[in-house]
Design a protein around this ligand. Structure first.
Ligand code: NOJ
Length: 523
């Protein structure tokens, strides 16, 4: 494992919404540079920046028109290089968002691929051999191009799938992964990676990493082979560079070249049971987050999380990091379902689990999910993408633009949380995050790769309680999310002292007493 990942804490930045320095209502790269000290003081030492490349923004930049050009609304390539350099001076690494599965329909590669005459890019995307041959069960577009064929989509209509070939080729138009077209795609993506790595970026968050090869085997044999090849290129040419996959299948990702994979909120995933079990949500009421472990009045025990997470962690801990997230730009913010007290406990656990944590901008102050009309293909996700709330006053300190020019409106609530207000309050969520992360950095026992062991996992059905205790190295962490007190017969050794504590509690004769809604780290 790369040494720097052991102590890495990532901060995810949605660049549109972080900080606007030129008054156009949209966040920009100089804005990220200005806020690097804030990020550092918070305790984050690595960034994941959502796509900041030239794009028609039909999917908020995940529809890339030019992989090698910063979108003018965010600044220039020189600004991005300045961000790498300034971040490095402050000990912060920067991951860019790599979108290898598709481009925008406006990308030059795709425009050339649509031409009827054969050219260098004819096989860069996946085409059938006639306009009347459909996509073999995959989403496709036909009848739009001079080229006589239909093309496969990877996500939205604006995102044609790049051609990495087929695992199983049954039709004449399907290409094996070692055909010249798919091989050229792999080389083109490596070229994009080298372009930014040469300019100083530290690696990539990889969008839809599982999506490359179509009709792949169940264990994604062909897609995995491509990631191993790319990881080998990085190991040789950029040994410090890291990749984190959007996959949530650590047994595949971490064993096939990725340094990290992060948790996603799929139904029944460990993350969902901790933070947001959607059993109560419907399309018309997505806020109804239902019962999850950190809800004080829930009946969900820690087993729901452990059943999913623990086997994955155990099977992959030697291969890489399976990383906890507070949420991300595709999810509803955790504050929609958890109170500030509940969020404190949730973050305390997320930041003391193995793996490198990912903190989504604004979650550190409990920014709210706002029900808003869709913007740039966001749909329900738009409500988690609103401008960062720096301080009271105009646009909550995000931008000097007129309010109607903002990328998205700021939280209009009179009590909208802000950084400035929470900095002054020692008990704020922000200051809780800061103390947790400071402790995490100070104690190697809390680093990403330090050992983890379950000490106590109550089952609410039999114990009537829900506390959970675990060991990280020599430290003991324990949480009680419920409103009742709990006693954990842990037979703790003498002399353990709280290094961090929320809520009351104490140790007597080796038994750990936990107050209502409490978290303690003992060492
Ligand atoms: C996953 C990204 O996180 C999401 O925002 C995007 O819409 C899709 N991939 C398509 O790239």
């Amino acid at each position: 494992m790369k040494e720097w990942l052991k102590d890495a804490v990532f901060y995810e930045i949605y660049p549109q919404s972080f900080y606007d320095t030129n008054g156009d209502g949209i966040g920009d790269i100089p804005g990220i540079i200005e806020k690097l000290d804030y990020i550092k003081e918070l305790g984050c030492n690595a960034l994941w920046i959502n796509p900041c490349f030239d794009s028609p923004f039909k999917d908020a930049g995940y529809d890339v028109r030019d992989y090698k050009k910063v979108a003018p609304r965010y600044g220039t390539n020189e600004d991005l290089v300045r961000l790498f350099d300034t971040a490095h001076e402050k000990g912060i690494r920067v991951l860019l968002d790599l979108v290898p599965g598709h481009t925008s329909e406006e990308h030059e590669w795709f425009k050339a691929s649509c031409q009827p005459e054969h050219n260098e890019y004819s096989d860069r995307f996946i085409w059938t051999n006639s306009c009347f041959t459909w996509g073999g069960g995959m989403p496709f577009i036909g009848g739009e191009t001079e080229r006589n064929g239909t093309y496969i989509l990877n996500f939205f209509k604006c995102q044609p799938a790049l051609n990495y070939g087929y695992g199983t080729c049954r039709e004449p138009w399907q290409q094996p992964t070692d055909a010249p077209g798919p091989r050229a795609t792999v080389e083109a993506i490596k070229d994009v990676m080298r372009f930014w790595l040469d300019k100083g970026c530290d690696g990539f968050r990889v969008d839809m990493a599982a999506s490359l090869v179509k009709n792949d085997t169940k264990d994604k044999k062909y897609t995995c082979a491509i990631w191993r090849e790319i990881a080998a290129m990085l190991a040789e040419e950029y040994p410090e560079a890291a990749m984190v996959s959007e996959w949530n299948e650590p047994k595949l990702s971490l064993k096939n070249g990725f340094d990290m994979d992060f948790m996603l909120e799929h139904p029944n995933s460990g993350y969902s049971w901790l933070m947001r079990n959607y059993d109560g949500a419907t399309d018309s009421d997505p806020h109804n987050i239902g019962n999850c472990y950190f809800c004080a009045d829930s009946d969900v025990g820690i087993a729901k999380f452990l059943d999913h997470w623990l086997p994955l962690y155990k099977a992959t801990r030697k291969d890489g990091l399976y990383c906890p997230i507070t949420c991300n730009h595709d999810t509803i913010r955790p504050s929609a379902g958890l109170t500030v007290d509940e969020l404190k406990l949730a973050y305390a656990m997320l930041f003391t689990l193995p793996g490198a944590p990912f903190l989504y901008y604004g979650d550190e102050i409990g920014m709210r999910y706002l029900p808003l009309p869709t913007k740039e293909g966001g749909y329900f996700r738009t409500g988690s993408r609103t401008p960062m709330q720096w301080k009271k006053g105009k646009n909550l300190g995000f931008s000097k633009a007129k309010a109607d020019k903002l990328y998205l409106p700021v939280d209009p609530a009179p009590d909208a949380p802000t950084v400035a207000a929470q900095e002054k309050d020692p008990d704020s969520l922000l200051n809780t995050v800061k103390s947790l992360l400071a402790l995490r950095h100070a104690r190697a026992d809390l680093h990403a790769d330090a050992p983890f062991k379950v000490l106590y996992a109550a089952d609410p059905e039999t114990d009537g309680q829900r506390p959970f205790a675990y060991k990280r190295g020599k430290l003991v962490c324990a949480v009680n999310p419920a409103l009742d007190e709990a006693a954990l017969p842990l037979n703790l050794r003498k002399g353990l002292k709280p290094l961090f504590a929320l809520g009351g509690g104490g140790i007597k004769d080796g038994t750990l007493y936990l107050g209502a809604q409490s978290f303690v780290i003992l060492g």
